[in-house]
Ligand binder design. Structure first.
Ligand code: CMP
Length: 140
């Protein structure tokens, strides 16, 4: 069933460079409402769990090390057609392929340090949001 929520992380590169505010501004100006949000830091083990779907990929170990290398912001976002619209707003995984004006085009450094994560399906948006937030931590 389609939902109107997605999940995002502002990754360690963007957080460390002080781009979180600018990225959140773009997200809100695109019409997304913040339903839950926290600054936190993953352990390597927790990053491994979050990205378990990529466990067989050659970049998995580097990705887990990178994602646990510094603080991040995790958030649940609400909007009609949230998953698809958010992926448009952030642009392609590899910033070299991202469209002009997208968050990754503006802020990402590389395919790994690509500034933000966005869920790729409604099902994963729910799983990923539940990974970070209990019911009591959400606005709605
Ligand atoms: P994200 O949308 O968070 O989902 C998986 C992440 O793996 C992706 O963004 C990238 O940051 C990272 N990654 C690193 N190397 C690759 C690669 N070659 N292909 C896809 N994703 C990669």
């Amino acid at each position: 069933m389609a939902t109107n929520r997605t999940f995002t992380m502002i990754k360690p590169d963007a957080f460390a460079e002080g781009n979180s505010g600018a990225i959140l501004k773009m997200i809100e100006e695109a019409g997304f409402k913040i339903v839950a949000m926290k600054a936190t830091q993953l352990t390597g083990e927790m990053a491994g769990k979050f990205y378990a779907v990529h466990a067989e990929r050659p970049f998995y170990a580097d990705l887990c090390a990178y994602m646990s290398s510094g603080p991040i912001i995790a958030a649940i976002l609400e909007k009609d057609n949230a998953v698809e619209d958010f992926r448009k707003l952030i642009g392609a995984t590899n910033p070299a392929d991202a469209a002009e004006g997208t968050i990754r085009k503006i802020f990402a450094k590389s395919i790994e340090a690509n500034a933000v994560h966005g869920s790729d399906s409604d099902e994963n948006a729910t799983i990923e949001g539940n990974f970070y937030f209990s019911e009591i931590e959400r606005v709605g």
